[in-house]
Write a protein that binds this ligand. Structure first.
Ligand code: MCA
Ligand code: AMP
Length: 492
């Protein structure tokens, strides 16, 4: 296929490509450093990347892709159980890291390859096919450990080009964000996106509203974030004129990974005069829907096609076939803003399979090749999609991370002082949903501490999967079959 990064192969110049804090690389420097990585990983089956929010991660992933090899980004905060599962499942022979990174014992058996961002190599000819795997990204399901979604090179190219079309995203754009680099949002959209366009990304290392204000006031044109980040911006705006000025001057403010509450949309628009564009996607499908961006028209009566409207996620992106279906599989024809159905999608942007999970892959697709998203939506008369819920109550979206109740329950049950455990999500102004653990202690007179249980989950899985609230019960409500009835749990 044609190159994923034309800006690296055709005359890479002194234009800025990547900036992390005070460290940066031009396109020429990135081509050299990523070319050196490519030479070192060529011919490997897969490469794990210790995905800290740093320059080396970006160079490591780009170099791996240039070599036609698939990268497996690892959350550097993964606990032992989660990391162990990902390594066993994806079996990478090599791990890419930054010099000086301390790697956990689970990675000791892998060959370690440190990225030197000043290395000089050549960008190889692109010999990879469009169906070849580019990334394996781990994503939670309702039960069991996370599954590795295998994303082909075609999917990355298709989704980034569709977004470029919808948003008029070009090499002149400078993106700022503070998203983690082991998920689709921060890595594919947030790093590979600007590089495919030949533009610049400035990563904040860690999200702060001050960092956003500084970069948008200093030449950045676009901001990507999860709703929690936009919520924190909305909270800060009244007392922060610099932030209001920064957002007011941006070309594009984008939210995704979970629903942005209408209240936060409204507060940002009131303080900055700008609408946040809300797009919708999934790890398995990459981006599915977005409003189209058009330059602001001074005439108030002019509305652009698919314009951003709070509460909706816009229209299907170019190349994405999207349908709503009833429980029995019947397609819903109505654009009435009322009839709810599951979103099913097909297109070049989709993953190919869950690694080593043919059962789960088969269950995820319909006979005619549509992927079942599990998201429930309606379509408004103007074609805009409005997500109204999710099929599975056992999937929790917290801070934009998808977290399966089952994996946390399993981790909690491994604690010696826990007899029974159920995990639910409840509304949270900041995180969207917060994780609640319902525990029947082994010894009713001596329940484990809440902090102790949170640490236990954080150590095994990852800190963002830890329960924020722990409630103790004498017994979990169960039906006649013995199944836990989560809806019958007392409300907090
Ligand atoms: C607290 N911490 C702990 C513990 N408690 N560590 C270990 N054990 C504990 N018991 C630490 C945390 O690690 C962290 O450390 C700090 O305390 C605060 O953590 P926390 O409160 O959890 O989070 P936060 O810092 O407030 O994070 C909010 C956030 C984050 C920045 C919005 O949730 C985030 O980055 N979300 C992005 C998720 C994302 O990218 N999703 C995209 C998925 P320290 O202080 O050192 O940091 S892709 C997707 O969904 C699709 C494709 C799409 O559409 O985009
Ligand atoms: P992930 O598996 O982490 O890739 O999360 C994908 C899920 O995030 C989708 O299936 C949706 O439930 C949710 N999601 C992503 N973007 C939005 C959005 N703009 N509005 C509502 N939900 C969203």
């Amino acid at each position: 296929m044609s190159s994923l990064f034309p800006a690296l192969t055709k005359d890479p110049g002194e234009r800025p490509a990547l900036r992390f804090g005070d460290r940066s690389l031009t396109y020429a420097e990135l081509a050299a450093a990523a070319g050196a990585v490519a030479a070192r990983v060529r011919g490997r089956s897969r490469v794990a990347v210790w995905a800290t929010p740093g320059l080396e991660t970006a160079v490591g992933v780009v170099g791996t892709l240039l070599a036609g090899v698939a990268a497996v980004p690892l959350n550097p905060r993964s606990g032992e159980k989660e990391l162990g599962h990902i390594l066993t499942d994806s079996a990478p022979p090599v791990v890419i890291a930054a010099p000086g990174d301390e790697l956990p014992a689970a990675l000791a058996g892998l060959e370690r390859l440190d990225v030197d961002v000043r290395d000089v190599g050549r960008v190889p000819e692109d010999g990879a096919g469009e169906g070849d795997p580019a990334l394996v990204v781990y994503t939670s399901g309702t039960t069991g450990p996370p599954k590795g979604a295998v994303l082909p090179r075609r999917a990355l190219a298709a989704t980034l080009d569709a977004l470029a079309d919808a948003w008029q995203w070009t090499g002149d754009d400078v993106l700022v964000h503070g998203l983690p680099l082991f998920h689709v949002h921060g890595l594919v959209l947030g790093v590979l996106g600007p590089l495919r366009r030949g533009g610049e990304v400035r990563h904040l290392g860690r999200f702060t509203t001050d960092g956003v204000a500084r970069e948008l006031n200093g030449g950045a044109t676009m901001l990507f974030g999860v709703p929690t980040m936009h919520h924190r911006i909305a909270e800060a705006l009244p007392g922060d004129p610099e932030l209001a000025k920064a957002l007011g001057g941006a070309r594009l403010l984008v939210s995704g990974s979970a629903a942005l509450p209408v209240h936060d949309h409204e507060r940002i628009t009131a303080a900055t005069g700008r609408r946040v564009i809300e797009r919708y996607g999934m790890t398995e499908t990459l981006m599915l829907c977005s409003p189209r961006w058009t330059p602001p028209d001074p005439r108030p009566s002019v509305r652009a096609d698919g314009e951003s409207r709070a509460g909706t996620v816009g229209v299907p992106l170019p190349g994405v076939e999207l349908r709503l279906v009833e429980e029995d599989g019947t397609e819903i024809a109505a654009y009435d803003g009322e009839t709810v159905g599951e979103i099913q999608v097909r297109g070049p942007n989709l993953f190919t399979e869950y690694l080593n999970r043919p059962d789960a892959t088969a269950a995820a697709f319909t006979a005619d090749g549509f992927f079942r998203t599990g998201d429930m939506a309606v379509r408004d008369p103007d074609g805009q999609v409005r997500i109204v819920g999710r099929k599975a109550t056992d999937l929790i979206k917290s801070g934009g991370y998808k977290i399966g109740a089952g994996e946390i329950e399993n981790a909690l049950l491994e604690h010696p002082e826990v007899r029974e455990a159920a995990v639910t999500g409840e509304p949270d102004d900041d995180l969207g949903e917060r994780i609640v653990a319902w525990i029947v202690p082994a010894d009713p007179h001596l329940p484990p501490g809440s902090e102790e249980l949170a640490d236990h989950v954080a150590r095994r899985l990852a800190p963002h999967k830890r329960p924020r609230i722990v409630r103790f019960l004498d017994a979990l409500p169960r039906n006649d079959m013995g199944k836990i009835m989560k809806r019958a749990l007392p409300r907090g």
